[in-house]
Design a protein. Structure first.
Ligand code: BDR
Ligand code: CA
Length: 311
């Protein structure tokens, strides 16, 4: 299996991504690192442990990382995810421990201890922990297999500003470090994640699994869909973060293009905008595969089948 570290800020869509990863034998989750984003760190780390327990995996190592972006003040998203970051189901307080090590140190140590080119980082929130790990030890970038992340927006416009997507908007300086790191990057921006909507029909297929886990997942998604349905008039909310995990399992569900991507870090008008050079206007070397198309039905078939496996 592919060895992954999930870096996350749950978030209902983060939670579904974690469940999908833990249900999938193609992946070996070495650890999960929490970051401040959708909610403050003291909530995202607890939410991460709640989801591991929901999946029946209290053995997973969970680490807390950075509680604020590199330079900016933290900006959370209670309007989307609720004040706890994970509103919807009533999940018990976790009994499994939080690891004592800092998430950044765990990432550095793990990447240096595993054989070169074998660890994939999966950032599902602001890129603060990941950037700090890359900065802390310059050997990390060269040893990683790749970074597969959710972030960015171009054709769809932004969801945090007219041009910026939330994960990049919250910590654009961290995103800049990651995009310039030289690591092989695969990006899932709003351009593609907005195609993966939790329609009523798809949510009912999940509820029909009938397990307590499926019921809790349904409750999460039922809370989460409300913001987007009101704001954008869609049938369902976009399952951004699970796209990262689904691609690692079944890459044929997605289509993208290798391009150069840079992030705006200084303009007050456009800070956090991802600038995607689709037509090679700049001559800058390509640094990422920028995803643009998803097979949404294929994605939900995979997700539903895997949630059923978790029991
Ligand atoms: C991203 O922001 C968060 O609200 C979601 O969890 C996702 O990672 C989408 O812009
Ligand atoms: Ca997230």
């Amino acid at each position: 299996p592919e060895k992954i570290i999930i870096d996350t800020d749950p978030g209902q869509d983060d939670a579904v991504a974690i469940l999908l990863a833990l249900a999938s034998p193609e992946l070996e989750v070495l650890g999960i690192t929490a970051v401040a984003g959708n909610a403050p760190l003291h909530l995202t780390e607890v939410n991460t442990r709640k989801i591991c327990e929901l999946a029946g995996r209290p053995d997973i190592k969970v680490f807390a990382g950075c509680d604020k972006p590199m330079l900016l003040e933290l900006h959370t998203a209670p309007e989307v995810h609720g004040p706890t970051g994970l509103n919807g189901p009533d999940l018990p307080d976790p009994a499994m421990p939080l690891q004592g090590q800092h998430a950044v140190d765990f990432i550095v140590e793990t990447v240096l201890n595993e054989p070169p080119g074998t660890v994939t980082l999966c950032p599902l929130g602001p890129l603060t922990n990941v950037a700090r790990a890359l900065m802390k030890d310059p050997r990390v970038a060269a040893r990683l297999k790749r970074i597969v992340l959710m972030g960015g927006a171009q054709s769809e416009g932004g969801n945090s500003s007219p041009v910026a997507e939330f994960n990049i908007f919250v910590d654009p300086h961290a995103a800049d470090v990651v995009l310039k790191s030289g690591v092989d990057i695969v990006m899932f921006p709003l351009d593609v994640t907005h195609q993966v909507l939790t329609s009523q029909k798809r949510m009912e297929a999940i509820a029909a699994i009938g397990t307590p886990l499926a019921k809790a997942t349904y409750q999460m998604l039922d809370y989460y869909r409300q913001y987007d349905e009101k704001k954008y008039g869609t049938d369902g909310g976009p399952l951004h973060d699970p796209c990262v995990i689904a691609w690692l399992i079944k890459p044929e569900l997605f289509e993208g293009k290798r391009v150069n991507v840079e992030v705006e870090v200084s303009s007050p008008l456009t800070i956090g905008q991802t600038v995607v050079d689709h037509f090679h206007k700049t001559g800058r070397p390509t640094n990422a595969v920028y995803m643009r198309k998803a097979d949404a039905d294929g994605f939900f078939d995979l997700l539903t089948e895997r949630l059923r496996r978790l029991g």
